[in-house]
Design a protein. Structure first.
Length: 555
C-alpha cells in the first residue's frame, strides 16, 4: 500500500462499505438503522478495518496495534467489554463515532516494521477525545470470546494477551499516517509518540479540531533516524531520511473557539525532516512550545536535517510562547515534573552544518504575542508554567542555517526573539549564548532574523549573544503605527578576529517610533568591536537611545 495515497485508501473503504450493507460507514445509513452499539468489521479480504460507534451515545473504544508480534490488532468496546481480535496489521483503519462525548485511544504496543497503514478517525459531534500513544508498559489481557470470529483475519478464541514493548513501539522502515477530525464541540486530540522513534520511516499526523474550543497536544520522540534499524529499506523510500509531518488545525477561519496547542519537541533529527504546521482559528488561540531540536547530518555525513515550525493564528488576541531549551518536562500540567534543586544545564538547540532550522509565526488580526526564549528552563509541577534558571550557561551551536520569520499582522503586537536573557532590553547578565561557527571552520553558521510588526502600534525586541565566526542578517520592521524597536547584543567579553559578521536593519516605518539599541558587553566595551558589515536605520520619525555605541548620527 506504500504507493497509495491516503485519499485512495479512504475511497476504497467507502466503496467496500457500499458493497457490504452490514458494514456501511455512512452516517446517514447508520442513523436510519439506529445502531446503538460499536460494530467492527474487516473488509476487502481482511486488508481494511471499519469501526463504527454508537451514533447517539458516548463511545469508549481502544485499538491495540501489535504489528511486530503475530501481528495482531485488537479493538475493545470499553462500555460493553466486547472485544474484536485479528491476526493482522490492516492497510487502513477507519473509525467513525458519531454523536456523544466519545473517547478513542490508539495504542502502539510494538514496532511498525516495514508496514504501510492509514488510520482515519471521524469523531462527530460532542466533546471528544483521541489519543495516540506508544507506551512502554501495559497491554490487554486474553479474552475468552472473540466478537470477530468468522471475519477475515480473525484471531482464534480465546484472543491473545498483548503487552507493550519495554522501549515503546517504533516506526521502522514504515509509512504510517493518522488523520483525526474532532468535528463540532470542544475536542482534545493528543499525539503522544515520546516512546516511538523513527527509523527510515514516514509518519504523518493530522489533527483537525474543527469548530469551538479545542486542545491539540503533540509530543515528539527524542530521535528521528535517517535509516531503518537493520539497514534494510522498508515500504517507505528513505533516500532523504525519515519524515515526521504534523498538521495541527484547530479549526481555521471557521473556528471561533479559544483553542490551545501544546508542542513538545526535544527531538534529535539525524539526516531527516520534522515539519510542524499549526493553523489556529479566529478566536483567542494559545500555542505553547517546548523546543530543543538538534538537527544533524546522517551517519554517512551526506543527508542534512531540517526542523520547521510554522504557526498561523489568524484573528483575535493570540499568544505563542516557545521555550527553546528545556531541562525536562512539557508545558502540560498533568505531565510536569520539577526536579529537586537546580537542574543541570539543558542541552540547548543544535543546528549542524548544512542543516536548517526554521521558525515562523503569523498573528493575523488582533493584539498578538509571540515570544521565543532560549535559556535553562523547567516546568513548575502542577502549573504547566516554565521557570528559568539563570545560574547555568548554555551554548547553542548553530553551524547551519537558522531563521526566524515573524509577522504580527494587524493589531498591537508584541514580538520577542530573546536568545540570551530572560526578558527586557539589557544584555548584562546573559545565561545563554549562540555559537555560530564550527571549530574546524568547515561550516559557518548563518542566522536570519526577520521580525515584522506590520500595522498598528507594535513592540519588537530581539536579543542575541553571538560568539565566533558566522553571518547574521538581522532585520526589524515596525510597519505602520507608533512602534518600539529594540535590539540588544552581547559578546560575553570574547572577541574573535574577523567575526562574527553583522548586517542589521531597523525600519520603523510610518508613525512616531522609539528605538533602543543596547550595544555593550560586560558594561564596558562597545559593540563597535565587532565586525559590522552594514547597519542602517530607516524611519520618518524616531528617537534613538544608545546610538553612541554604534557611532550613529541621528539627524
Amino acid at each position: 500500500m506504500n504507493s497509495k495515497s491516503y485519499s485512495h485508501a479512504r475511497a476504497r473503504l467507502r466503496r467496500a462499505a457500499a458493497a457490504a450493507p452490514h458494514v456501511r460507514c455512512f452516517a446517514e445509513d447508520l442513523e436510519a438503522r439506529r445502531l446503538f452499539a460499536v460494530t467492527v468489521q474487516s473488509i476487502n479480504g481482511g486488508d481494511d478495518l471499519v469501526i463504527t460507534g454508537d451514533l447517539t451515545k458516548s463511545d469508549n473504544i481502544t485499538i491495540y496495534a501489535d504489528p511486530d508480534n503475530g501481528p495482531h490488532t485488537i479493538v475493545k468496546d470499553n462500555v460493553t467489554g466486547k472485544v474484536w481480535a485479528y491476526d493482522a496489521t490492516f492497510d487502513s483503519i477507519d473509525i467513525t463515532t458519531g454523536g456523544g462525548n466519545d473517547k478513542v485511544a490508539f495504542v502502539v504496543l510494538s514496532d511498525y516494521f516495514n508496514v504501510a497503514q492509514a488510520v482515519d478517525a471521524e469523531l462527530g459531534t460532542g466533546q471528544d477525545t483521541f489519543t495516540l500513544s506508544c507506551p512502554s508498559s501495559g497491554g490487554i489481557a486474553s479474552v475468552g470470546t472473540n466478537a470477530a470470529t468468522g471475519q477475515a483475519g480473525a484471531s482464534p478464541t480465546p484472543t491473545p494477551a498483548l503487552f507493550a514493548a519495554s522501549d515503546g513501539g517504533d516506526f521502522n522502515g514504515s509509512d504510517v499516517s493518522f488523520n483525526v477530525n474532532g468535528e463540532a464541540n470542544n475536542d482534545t486530540i493528543t499525539f503522544d509518540i515520546r516512546k516511538g522513534l523513527l527509523y527510515g520511516s514516514r509518519l504523518q499526523l493530522t489533527a483537525d479540531g474543527s469548530t469551538e474550543s479545542d486542545t491539540i497536544n503533540l509530543w515528539l520522540p527524542d530521535h528521528v533516524y535517517a535509516t531503518s534499524n537493520g539497514g534494510e529499506e522498508g515500504v517507505y523510500n528513505a533516500d532523504d531520511g525519515s519524515q515526521l509531518i504534523a498538521n495541527l488545525n484547530t479549526g481555521g477561519c471557521g473556528s471561533t473557539g479559544q483553542d490551545v496547542v501544546n508542542i513538545s519537541a526535544p527531538v534529535h533529527i539525524d539526516g531527516s525532516t520534522v515539519e510542524i504546521d499549526v493553523e489556529g482559528g479566529v478566536g483567542k488561540d494559545v500555542v505553547n512550545c517546548d523546543l530543543a531540536p538538534q538537527t544533524e547530518r546522517d551517519g554517512s555525513d551526506t543527508i542534512p536535517s531540517e526542523f520547521k515550525l510554522d504557526v498561523n493564528t489568524y484573528g483575535a488576541n493570540d499568544k505563542m510562547t516557545a521555550y527553546m531549551d528545556y531541562s525536562g518536562g512539557t508545558l502540560v500540567a498533568s505531565t510536569s515534573v520539577k526536579p529537586a534543586g537546580n537542574p543541570a544545564p539543558g542541552r540547548g538547540i543544535i543546528n549542524d552544518g548544512g542543516c536548517l532550522q526554521h521558525y515562523g509565526f503569523s498573528g493575523g488580526t488582533g493584539d498578538d504575542s509571540c515570544k521565543f526564549f532560549c535559556g535553562v528552563f523547567d516546568v513548575i509541577s502542577g502549573s504547566g508554567k516554565a521557570t528559568r534558571y539563570t545560574n547555568a550557561q548554555v551554548s547553542n551551536p548553530l553551524f547551519g542555517a537558522t531563521e526566524f520569520d515573524i509577522h504580527g499582522g494587524s493589531g498591537k503586537d508584541t514580538l520577542v526573539i530573546d536568545l540570551d536573557t530572560p526578558s527586557g532590553t539589557t544584555v548584562d547578565n546573559a545565561d545563554s549564548f549562540i555559537q555560530i561557527f564550527n571549530f574546524d571552520e568547515t561550516f559557518l553558521g548563518t542566522i536570519n532574523i526577520q521580525i515584522n510588526g506590520d500595522s498598528d502600534n507594535d513592540r519588537l525586541e530581539t536579543d542575541l549573544n553571538p560568539y565566533g565566526i558566522g553571518i547574521i542578517d538581522w532585520v526589524e520592521n515596525g510597519g505602520t503605527g507608533n512602534d518600539q524597536l529594540i535590539m540588544a547584543s552581547n559578546m560575553l567579553g570574547i572577541v574573535i578576529p574577523n567575526g562574527p559578521s553583522f548586517a542589521v536593519q531597523m525600519n520603523g516605518g510610518t508613525g512616531s517610533d522609539e528605538w533602543d539599541v543596547d550595544g555593550l558587553y560586560n558594561n564596558s566595551v562597545p559593540i563597535a568591536s565587532l565586525v559590522v558589515n552594514q547597519i542602517s536605520l530607516e524611519t520618518e520619525h524616531n528617537e534613538l537611545e544608545g546610538a553612541a555605541a554604534y557611532g550613529f548620527d541621528n539627524t
